[in-house]
Structures are given as structure tokens and as C-alpha cells.
Design a protein around this ligand. Structure first.
Ligand code: SAH
Length: 355
């Protein structure tokens, strides 16, 4: 029997797009042992809300992992600088443009350049890359996900034509941030980057790993409050998955259920937000991404990186699709969505008010 109090809180969240601190904490704690009826109530409500803005459309983002060199040493991340087992690579400008060309031909209209924080890619090189991509694919959106930079650098990339920026804040709580990152990194600095990106005019995405080591419901509450303050256009969440060669290799992974619950909560709080069902979610469960879409997500980010480097961009263990070609990923995704009553669309997939 579903608990009426929880169902009432879900209704209230849909109506007011927020709850009191106590009610959020109560909801998060109760959802951990919710029955199927309660879960379905939450997922269906979130799906109904996403359909009001996006119908059954699912936006595609072609992810190009162009460098796995990183100067940072985040305790959870497989490509941290101290992980000596990683075979490091960088794609050349031509290789990246080739990825975009392949992607364009199979219907991608957004490219995401993601990488470690790699000093080889100076602002000049990044801007040159942005200019070349936007010149050749002028009807496409370009998203950067290359970490923390100065205001000036972000401005240069924007002026060169970058449209969006993904920078997960990872956790809004300073102590939890410290548990996940070495001394030289600061959560406050990272949050400030997001405000700067927004001020410059980017569509911005923040986000967290669900079930990262030491994460509590109170931390998640702080994340939700931070998101309410930032008002991001995109929110990237996926389960934490341990990675060999990191200090957190023996920590438990985040769960499918916790991630789905949070996706639905975010959809109810931010009806129009662009919300990916991530590769990490597809890694911990064979149909994790489909379940994510049914729980309120509306974006998927198939891999466009060349097959030769895919198994080198391992942020965590067991990452899926490392052997597939771009075309295979695209068609696989189309089928997965179709079988569940959704459709992938050929579109830039902008945030509604910026279309
Ligand atoms: N260097 C860029 C891109 C980071 S990789 C940046 O700083 O933003 C993108 C995201 O992968 C990270 O923000 C993190 O949330 C996630 N990630 C890293 N390691 C992970 C792990 N072990 N499990 C799940 N997600 C992970």
C-alpha cells in the first residue's frame, strides 16, 4: 500500500515545484524503501510533466571525448592525473571535425566536446576548434565540458561560437566536496564558474553523481537548493560508479532507484530543464537510460568518439558502448527509445525560452 503522505508530497512538489527542507528530507528518505505503486506514481507524474513541454521527443547529443589528459586529481575519476594505468590520448582538430561530420550525417545537431583539463588545449586552440566546427556545421549547437576556466576564457569560447557549457558542481556541500576532491580544488570556485557562464550567456548545466562516497540526503537537499538558485538549463546526474586506479575504487556504486527518483524530482522541480539519461545510468542497468527517460529525462548523449580511443576515456569501470561505432550507437538509441514509446529527433534541442 502506497503511503498517502508520500503521494501528497509528490503532488505538492508538482504543484509548487518545491518543498520545505523537512518535507524534501522526508521524501528522499521514504523513497529509499518505496513500493512499486509509489515509484510508478512519481515516474508517471514526472513523465506527464516532461510531455507538456517536450512531448515524446528525445534530444540527442553527440559526445566527443577529445582528450583524457587531466591536470586534476579528483578522487573518484578514472582519468585523474595520478592514475598511471591510463593510456593518454588527444584527438587532433581533423579527427574532431571528422567525428562531427559522421555525427551530422546520422542526424546529430549538437556536439559536446568533453575532456579532462588539458593544458595542451590553450584558449587559442579551443577557439580555433570552436570556430571551425561552427563554420562547417552552422545549424548545430556546440557544448563544451572542459572544466574550470577563467571568466576571460569562458568569454572567448562564447564569442568564438560555443553555445552551452556543462560543468557538474559535483556537490554543493563544502565538506562533501573536500571528501571527493584534493585540497587545490574548491567547490566555491566551481559554483562561481557556473554563475559566470550563465552571465556570459551560455545555456549551462550543473549536476552531481548520485551515491558518491559520503553523500547524504542533506547533501542532496543542498544540491537542490543550489540548483534552485542557479536555475540551470540542463542538469546532468548519474550514479557514481567506482573506478579502478582511484582512491574510491572500493566504494559502492550509486543505485538505479536513487537515480531514477532524483531524475523525477528534478523534472517536477524544473519542468523545462534538459535532463539527460546518462551513460553511467546505462552502465549500472541494461535499460537504465530507457528507465531514466520514463522517469522524466529527455536527453541522451551517445558516444561519437572514434572507436580507437573510446576504451581510454574511462571515468569509471564497465562503461558501455566502448566498442561500438557512431552509427551503431545512434541506431541502437533510436530503437531503445522507440520500443518505449519515445522518438529521437534531429534537432539542436535548445532550452525552450532560448529557441
Ligand atoms: N573535466 C570536465 C569533464 C569531467 S567528466 C569537468 O571538470 O567538468 C564529466 C563528469 O563525469 C564529471 O563531472 C563527474 O560528475 C562524472 N564522473 C567522473 N568520475 C565518475 C565516476 N567514477 N562515476 C560516475 N561519474 C563520474
Amino acid at each position: 500500500m502506497a503511503d498517502k503522505k508520500i503521494l501528497a508530497l509528490i503532488d505538492e512538489l508538482e504543484k509548487n515545484k518545491t518543498l520545505s527542507d523537512n518535507d524534501f528530507l522526508f521524501l528522499l528518505s521514504q523513497l529509499k524503501h518505496a513500493d512499486e505503486e509509489t515509484e510508478n506514481y512519481l515516474y508517471t507524474k514526472a513523465d506527464t510533466v516532461r510531455r507538456k513541454t517536450y512531448g515524446i521527443d528525445v534530444y540527442l547529443r553527440g559526445l566527443i571525448e577529445f582528450t583524457n589528459h587531466c591536470k586534476n586529481d579528483c578522487y573518484y575519476c578514472g582519468i585523474r592525473r595520478s592514475n598511471t594505468n591510463v593510456s593518454r590520448y588527444r584527438l587532433t582538430k581533423d579527427e574532431i571535425l571528422d567525428c562531427c561530420k559522421t555525427g551530422y550525417e546520422i542526424g546529430y545537431r549538437t556536439f559536446v566536446l568533453q575532456g579532462g583539463e588539458d593544458a595542451y588545449y590553450t584558449d587559442e586552440k579551443v577557439c580555433d576548434l570552436i570556430t571551425a566546427i561552427k563554420k562547417q556545421f552552422s545549424d548545430c549547437a556546440l557544448t563544451l565540458s572542459i572544466g574550470e576556466k577563467s571568466y576571460e576564457s569562458y568569454k572567448k569560447y562564447y564569442d568564438a561560437g560555443a553555445d552551452r557549457y556543462l560543468l557538474r558542481h559535483e556537490t554543493a556541500d563544502p565538506e562533501h566536496y573536500r571528501r571527493l576532491h584534493p585540497e587545490e580544488l574548491s567547490g566555491e570556485f566551481r559554483k562561481n564558474c557556473l554563475y559566470q557562464l550563465k552571465e556570459i550567456g551560455y545555456q549551462v548545466g550543473c549536476g552531481i553523481m548520485v551515491g558518491s562516497p559520503g553523500q547524504t540526503d542533506l547533501h542532496i537537499l543542498k544540491d537542490l537548493r543550489f540548483m534552485q538558485e542557479l536555475q540551470p538549463h540542463m542538469i546532468g546526474i548519474g550514479p557514481f560508479i567506482p573506478s579502478a586506479g582511484t582512491p574510491m575504487h572500493d566504494q559502492p556504486a550509486g543505485t538505479l532507484e536513487d537515480t531514477l527518483h532524483l531524475l523525477s524530482i528534478l523534472r517536477l522541480m524544473f519542468p523545462q530543464v534538459l535532463l539527460p539519461a546518462t551513460t553511467a545510468l546505462g552502465t549500472i542497468h541494461p535499460t537504465g537510460r530507457e528507465l531514466g527517460i520514463k522517469a522524466g529525462a529527455n536527453v541522451v548523449m551517445p558516444n561519437l568518439s572514434p572507436t580507437g580511443v573510446r576504451d581510454k576515456y574511462l571515468l569509471y569501470d564497465g562503461k558501455i558502448c566502448t566498442g561500438d561505432k557512431a552509427e551503431e550507437c545512434r541506431h541502437c538509441m533510436e530503437g531503445r527509445m522507440k520500443r518505449n514509446g519515445y522518438q529521437v529527433v534531429v534537432s539542436r534541442g535548445d532550452y525552450p525560452e532560448t529557441r
